[in-house]
Ligand binder design. Sequence first.
Ligand code: ADP
Length: 262
Amino acid sequence: MKRLEGIGILLTAKLETEIFDMVKIELKNISFAYQIGHDSFVSVLHDLNLKAESGEIIGLIGKNGCGKTTLLNILKGKLISEKGEIDVINENKTVIQRHYIPLVSQTVDSNLFPSLTVYENFCIVKNKRNMLNFYNSKSLYKYCYDLLCSANMNLEAKIDEQVRFLSGGQKQAISILLALEYDYPILLMDEPTASLDPFVSENIIQLAKQEISKRNGILFLVSHNLQDIIKYTTKIFVLSNGQVKPLDNYEGLSETDLMKLM
Ligand code: ADP
């Protein structure tokens, strides 16, 4: 805490979940290619169309290298599509700034500062939210402690430890918990639980799902764990040959059935 005050970071926190209006995502005719040489490109997405709206938990599946990560990065605005249109709006047609959408990626700890403690990382997230609604440091610390308890991984015992000393699974869980702290109506998860054991993985996905549902938002989940996809999502899109197709009725499908559709 002292350390943070020393480097002049403002601490902000908002302890209530924000409820958003209806939110909608629409991708129209999106095409994207990576440039790999002066004149050579790898074409990944071709005239892709996709719609998602409030309350949907979207599972995005497809073979390795089919473009799932690329698509999430385009949604977040990290990659710019060469063609097409992306609308991310809420009910009163306000355009939502895409670069604020939290993306939890398979690269463990990509969202964390390794030489800061867990609590310091949490404070940075709160500061980024720029909510000048300050809480005293004691209640902020307690809030962070309770948040860590919610994962049921004994993460609270690591609150004052530097992130670089944590295991891959612990870092990944913290990264997801912190992504949820942005109180954003949309969350993108790219293989979020690859380094977590099944118990923790279930816990974390449930937590993300609950939070996003409370916000009437949209969750995108990319996972090779097709059981998770079947269990947690409300809609599945299969990405193949640069386009997505919705799977209309997948209730009762097994992992093997789903694999055949990829
Ligand atoms: P997925 O997430 O479905 O495994 P990706 O979106 O990571 O697929 O990759 C889609 C395709 O784009 C792959 O053929 C991959 O090799 C290629 N690709 C990904 N990132 C880059 C990059 N930075 N430069 C060039 N090609 C890339």
